[in-house]
Design a protein around this ligand. Structure first.
Ligand code: SF4
Length: 340
């Protein structure tokens, strides 16, 4: 692995290791470096990751509570009614027994400490919230389930967040996806500020936050850095999931060229340096975009990953992920150690 030799990178890393978060000038320097020699960023990200998180790796898994039939037009999404996909035109609800079974399988697989229920749609109806609370109650009361509970249900209000928190929900997932500048080119039905308002409502309602982005949409390095700065300055989530576009036939992004492994690893390293003490999770597109390089995500700065597949695409099994993590010399933990 390369050493951190760049004259701008070395002092930046020393400041970050001493507990001083990067500033706007650091971010501009990182954008510049990311376009050039990504290997130096990876070396720097590893030093920061090792300092704050050691060799710990966390995993989570998800199950759909409601799939498809969404009235929004997010350009990448197979569940939008605008997409010509299997999931697009109609809504399919998962029976609560099946959600419970997925939570049990997550516990039995011994990999993921968190389990998330994910619904399509801009915002949940009262019936949707009731169904999720029923699932949370059933999972919480089931002796075979030992997972922290997360959900991703679209725009929620503070009172809905309070109901979910009272039912045992620990963390709410709602991505910003990209920069404020790029967002309206990809989504026209709702705004960046709508998403920020949901995150604020979930926080006020007592929930932790999982909020990140999707890369490979045609965004620039400035867009990526802008997203990281918004997350660090405004949202301050507990976890930042990084997704890499797997273009799905029938969506508006079906012809978008996928990112290669080196660019994905450089994105992970850049987010590690800009958000040094935040859990950085590699989620959708890991297997598709990184292929046989996916084992390198943890050395590039990731501290967690999704396991067992995604909503509309398949992924590596929990057993394969456990093997990969062990072979790389990392330890799977149910929660990351607190950062000192
Ligand atoms: S709101 Fe969610 S489910 Fe609907 S199109 Fe956008 S990403 Fe897909």
């Amino acid at each position: 692995m390369k050493t951190v030799g760049d004259r701008r990178l070395r002092p930046l890393v020393e400041r970050v290791l001493a507990g001083q978060p990067p500033d706007a000038a650091d971010a501009a320097a990182l954008a510049d470096l990311a376009r050039g020699d990504g290997a130096q960023l990876l070396a720097a990200a590893w030093r920061v990751r090792e300092r704050f998180f050691g060799r710990a790796v966390r995993m989570c898994s998800i199950a759909a509570g409601k799939l498809g039939g969404c009235g929004e037009d997010c350009a990448w999404c197979a569940q939008s009614h605008r997409s010509d996909t299997q999931q697009g035109p109609r809504t399919v609800r998962t029976p609560v027994e099946d959600v419970l079974a997925a939570a049990r399988r997550t516990t039995q697989a011994g990999a993921a400490g968190r389990f998330g229920i994910v619904n399509s749609g801009r915002r949940p109806t009262d019936a949707d919230i009731d169904a999720v609370i029923d699932a949370l109650d059933r999972i919480g009361a089931d002796g075979s389930c030992d997972v922290r509970l997360c959900a991703s249900l679209g725009e929620i209000t503070e009172s809905q967040a309070r109901r979910l928190a009272a039912a045992g929900l620990d963390r709410y997932h709602h991505n910003l996806e990209t920069s404020r500048e790029m967002f309206p080119h990809l989504v026209t039905g709702h705004t960046y500020d709508d998403r920020l308002a949901t995150l604020a409502a979930a926080r006020r309602g007592g929930l932790g936050l999982c909020c990140g982005g999707l890369f490979g949409l045609g965004e620039s390095w400035e867009d990526r850095i802008s997203l990281a700065l918004t997350l660090g300055d405004q949202v301050r989530p507990d976890c930042v999931p990084l997704n890499f576009l797997q273009p799905i036939p029938g969506t508006a992004m079906e012809n978008q060229p996928p990112l290669g492994p080196d660019e994905c690893l450089t994105i992970i390293a850049t987010f590690r340096l800009l958000l040094p003490t935040t859990d950085i999770k590699v989620a959708g597109g890991r297997e598709f975009c990184l292929g046989d390089q996916q084992h390198r995500i943890f050395h590039a700065g990731a501290t967690s990953c999704m396991t067992g597949g995604y909503l509309t695409t398949t992924g590596q099994s929990a057993a394969e992920d456990l093997k990969m993590v062990a072979e790389m010399g990392f330890n799977v933990v149910s929660e990351l150690p607190p950062v000192d």
